[in-house]
Design a protein around this ligand. Structure first.
Ligand SMILES: *Cc1c(COP(=O)(O)O)cnc(C)c1O
Length: 385
C-alpha cells in the first residue's frame, strides 16, 4: 500500500476506508459476525474470521493506521500488550536477545523480566540517552532494539536518531512504542524505525472506553506479526474497531489541544513556589528540550512534577483534586493524575526508582482537553496552604 498523498488531518478521517463504500455507508458498519460464506472458488485460506483480523472493520483500521504512521502495513490488536508481546515474540524468534530501554511501561517491563525466560528469550537494559554504552551490550543473538518515544513518568526522550543508526549498523530490528507521542507529534517510521507499536487504549482512541493496540511498519514484518497474532489470538473485536476508528477521526484536534494545555500547565507549575521541579519536554529547563524541538511537532499531553514537602504533600494534593480524576492510565480527553510510586512504579525496588529519579513526591498528570484555566484552578486549589 502506498502512503497517502493527503495530510494527517484528512487521513485520520478518510484513510483506509473501503472503496467503494459498503452499501453506501459513510462509516465502516460493524461486522458483528463470525461466520462468512465461502464464495465460488474460494479456499479455506480465504476464510473471513474475527480472529484472523480480516473483517472489514479490522482491515480498514489497519490500513488507516498504516497511513497515519507512514508504514507500509498496519494491524490492530486486542490491546497494547497484545501488540507488544506478539511483535517481540515474532521479531526475536528462537533464542533471541533484546536490547531495551531501562525505564519502560510496567506491562512491557513485566513481560521481559517475568515471562521472557520461559520462552527462551533474553534481554539487557540500556540507557536510551547514552548511545556510547549500547555497543557493549550487543550479543551474537541480539535481534532487536526497543525504546519508547517518550518515557514515563519523567517524559524523557531517547536519542532516536542514534537508535535508528545503531540498529542499521548491527542489523537489528528497531521497535518503538509511540503511545505517548502519537503520530501527530512524532512519526518514527519516517525517521527510520522499522516497527511502531501503540497502546491505542490511550491517545489514539482518546475517550477512555476501550482497549486496543497497533502494529505498523514494513509489510514483511507486519505480515509475520499478523500470522503470529492469528495463532496467539489477540485480535480486536469489530465493535472496538468501530469505536477506535471513530476516536481516531478527532486525533489531530485532540492532540493539539493536549499539547497546548500541557505546555500552559507546565509553565504555570514551573512558576509556583510549592513546586520543586516540573518535567515537560516543552520547557527549556527539560534536559531533552532541544531533541524534542528537533524531532517532535508537539510536546505531548504528559507531564510530571514534584511538590516541595515530599510524599505527605503529594498525598494531600492528590486528595484535594476535584476536577482532575485520581487514576492511572492516560491519553483520554479528561485530565488524570497519579503518583507513580503508588501505581506504575510500585513494583520497582526503591533504590532503582531513586536511580531513575522517580521520587515519592512525584505526581504525573495526563493533561486532558478541558479548558486549561479550569485545570490550572484545580491544581492551584489542591496545593494551596
Ligand atoms: C498503556 C500502555 C501500554 C499497554 O497498553 P494496553 O492497551 O494497556 O495493553 C504500552 N505502552 C505504553 C507506553 C502504555 O502507556
Amino acid at each position: 500500500m502506498s502512503i497517502s498523498d493527503h495530510r494527517l488531518e484528512t487521513n485520520v478521517i478518510h484513510a483506509g476506508k473501503p472503496s467503494p463504500s459498503i452499501g453506501g455507508a459513510a462509516t465502516v458498519p460493524i461486522f458483528q459476525c463470525s461466520v462468512f460464506e465461502h464464495g465460488e472458488g474460494e479456499s479455506y485460506h480465504d476464510t473471513v474470521y474475527p480472529r484472523l483480523s480480516n473483517l472489514p472493520n479490522q482491515v480498514a483500521l489497519g490500513r488507516k493506521l498504516a497511513v497515519l504512521e507512514a508504514g507500509e502495513e498496519g494491524l490492530v490488536t486486542a490491546s497494547g500488550m497484545a501488540a507488544i508481546t506478539t511483535s517481540l515474540l515474532t521479531v526475536l524468534g528462537k533464542g533471541g536477545h533484546l536490547l531495551v530501554q531501562d525505564n519502560l511501561y510496567g506491562g512491557t517491563h513485566n513481560f521481559l523480566t517475568k515471562d521472557f525466560d520461559d520462552f527462551g528469550l533474553s534481554h539487557d537494559f540500556i540507557d536510551a540517552g547514552d548511545p556510547a554504552s549500547w555497543q557493549a551490550a550487543v550479543k551474537p543473538n541480539t535481534r532487536a532494539i526497543y525504546v519508547e518515544a517518550i518515557s514515563n513518568p519523567l517524559v524523557q526522550i531517547a536519542d532516536h536518531p542514534s537508535v535508528v543508526a545503531f540498529a542499521r549498523r548491527h542489523s537489528l530490528v528497531s521497535i518503538i512504542d509511540n503511545t505517548f507521542a502519537t503520530p501527530v507529534n512524532f512519526r518514527p517510521l519516517a525517521h527510520g524505525y522499522d516497527l511502531v507499536v501503540h497502546s491505542a487504549t490511550k491517545y489514539l482512541n482518546g475517550h477512555s472506553d476501550l482497549a486496543a493496540g497497533v502494529v505498523a511498519g514494513k509489510s514483511e514484518l507486519v505480515q509475520r506479526i499478523h500470522h503470529r497474532l492469528n495463532h496467539l489470538g489477540g485480535s480486536l473485536d469489530p465493535h472496538a474497531c468501530f469505536l477506535l476508528d471513530r476516536g481516531l477521526k478527532t486525533l489531530v484536534l485532540r492532540v493539539r489541544q493536549h499539547n497546548d494545555n500541557a505546555l500552559a500547565i507546565a509553565r504555570h507549575l514551573a512558576g509556583k513556589s510549592q513546586v520543586a521541579v516540573v518535567h515537560y519536554p516543552g520547557l527549556e529547563s527539560h534536559a531533552h528540550h532541544g531533541r524534542a524541538r528537533e524531532l517532535f511537532a508537539g510536546f505531548g499531553g504528559m507531564l510530571s512534577f514534584e511538590l516541595r514537602g515530599g510524599a505527605s504533600a503529594a498525598e494531600r494534593f492528590m486528595n484535594r483534586l476535584e476536577l482532575i480524576t485520581h487514576a492511572p492510565s492516560l491519553g483520554g480527553v479528561e485530565s488524570l493524575s497519579t503518583r507513580p510510586v503508588t501505581t506504575s512504579h510500585a513494583g520497582m525496588a526503591p533504590a532503582e526508582r531513586e536511580r531513575l529519579g522517580i521520587t515519592d513526591a512525584l505526581i504525573r498528570v495526563s493533561v486532558g482537553i478541558e479548558n486549561a484555566a479550569d485545570i490550572i484552578a484545580d491544581l492551584d486549589h489542591a496545593m494551596a496552604e
